[in-house]
Write a protein that binds this ligand. Structure first.
Ligand code: C5P
Length: 414
């Protein structure tokens, strides 16, 4: 059975901008990190969100509401009773509008007020009135953060279903160092994305993903490599983490930013990659070999740089590398095993053969000779083949999108 369709859930995510069509209310409270919320608001809007800001009066003393007004494109609300120009009471209107409610930075004060049910200003009142998921981003002095009262209030928020991020450790505005820093914008965006789109599809699952191209040394300065960028594997890792999996990337590249919430182990050549994948395989639920592994390695690695003066012609003897995926297929018990097949002809036929020979549950096949598919480009054109001899063909999409499709398809078949 062959299908080339896409279900609605996937189609809905085929959007250029991550937060397109989503209304996000950002509450800014009076911590020094309030200025960092400006970058957050700007990034949310650049990624398609309709952003509305509410500031506490303390926050408005630290950063002008004009800044947030400009960055969000909407008037900023500070005072409950100012500027109400219509009958749809503002705090109820924003509370209803929100698909996601963010409080960033969140001071000990707002955390305490919300935890105790106090609604005495625009922000605390609107949070109280919303049914949207709430993401709280604490940022404060370490002693304040560690204060048992603050910790108890954070615990209360978590118990009622709010998501409270962990602050970072590092330099703090009070000229000390410790836990309490406002997290990186990317980390907040990833948490927001997870709350808006994550469906907990892989909750409790351990996932290992290999990514990038291996490098086999010829001498201390040269290697045999390939054009793989690692983007496909990183996109899968990111999508799996968004679905609550415990994800480890075994990465042949250090060039890409590690997705939020993903552990990484760096390797260089096929033997190192095999060692790390083998070590983690038994304990994992899903193993995805997205890495482009060199089939051959040099038989000997020169200790010194090979000099051209010493050779008119140079012959390098190569020997076969182990097929890591085949090895995993042999010892597979409960694991869901996914392989990739980059081909330049007869993609489906080669893919079917590989799926059986390597004992896989799923194989992602693509024709790397097609424009928009394969190595070192942002997009891919894939067919997914399954163990039960069915397959699905997908149109061109970004690797980020294909990563989400792959994760969704794995979850369907677990
Ligand atoms: O046989 P072929 O190299 O085309 O298979 C590709 C798949 O096998 C990919 O998933 C790749 O990560 C994996 N592979 C491997 N070890 C190798 C070569 C490829 O695990 N030595």
């Amino acid at each position: 059975m062959e299908r080339s369709l896409m279900n609605g859930a996937i189609e809905n995510r085929m959007q250029k901008f991550m937060f397109e069509g989503k209304h996000i209310v950002v509450g800014i409270t009076g911590g020094i990190a309030a200025y960092k919320a400006a970058e957050l608001v700007s990034q949310l809007r650049q990624r398609g969100a309709d952003v509305h800001c509410i500031m506490t009066t303390h926050a408005a003393k630290l950063v002008s509401p004009i800044t947030f007004g400009e960055l969000s494109g909407h008037d900023v609300t500070v005072d409950m009773f100012a500027n109400i120009s219509h009958w749809d009471v503002e705090h109820i209107a924003l509370a209803r509008l929100a698909d996601l409610f963010l409080i960033a930075p969140a001071t000990a004060n707002i955390i305490g007020k919300v935890a105790c049910g106090i609604a005495d200003d625009m922000l605390s009142t609107t949070v109280m009135a919303t049914k949207a998921p709430v993401l709280v981003v604490p940022a404060m002095n370490t002693n304040m953060y560690e204060n048992p009262i603050v910790q108890r209030n954070i615990q209360t928020l978590r118990e009622v279903g709010y998501t409270v991020m962990e602050p970072e450790e590092g330099h703090l505005a009070c000229n000390t160092s410790g836990k309490g820093r406002f997290p990186k914008t990317e980390a907040i965006l990833a948490a927001a994305e997870k709350l808006l789109f994550g469906r907990h599809l892989l909750r409790g699952k351990k996932v290992i993903v290999s990514a990038g191209g291996t490098q086999e040394n010829i001498d201390p300065v040269r290697y045999i490599g390939n054009r793989s960028s690692g983007r496909m594997g990183y996109a899968i890792a990111r999508a799996a983490a968004m679905e609550d999996a415990d994800v480890t990337l075994v990465s042949c590249t250090k060039e890409l930013p590690v997705p939020e919430g993903v552990s990484v182990c760096y390797v260089q050549n096929a033997r190192e990659l095999k060692k790390e994948m083998d070590a983690r395989f038994e304990d994992s639920d899903i193993a995805i070999m997205a890495a482009a592994v060199s089939d051959y390695r040099t038989k000997t690695e020169a200790k010194q740089k090979i000099k051209k003066e010493a050779h008119d012609a140079l012959q390098i003897e190569l020997e076969l590398n182990p097929d890591i995926l085949y090895g995993l297929g042999q010892k597979k018990t409960h694991q869901f095993l996914v392989g990739f097949a980059a081909e330049t002809n007869d993609v489906i036929e080669h893919g079917k053969e590989k799926l059986v020979r390597k004992n896989l549950d799923m194989l992602v096949a693509n024709d790397v000779s097609q424009k928009g598919a394969g190595f070192n480009v942002e997009t891919n054109i894939a067919s997914i083949l399954y163990r039960d001899h069915t397959m699905e063909q997908f149109p061109i999409m970004t690797k980020e999108e294909l990563g989400r499709v792959i994760v969704e398809k794995i979850a369907e078949r677990l």
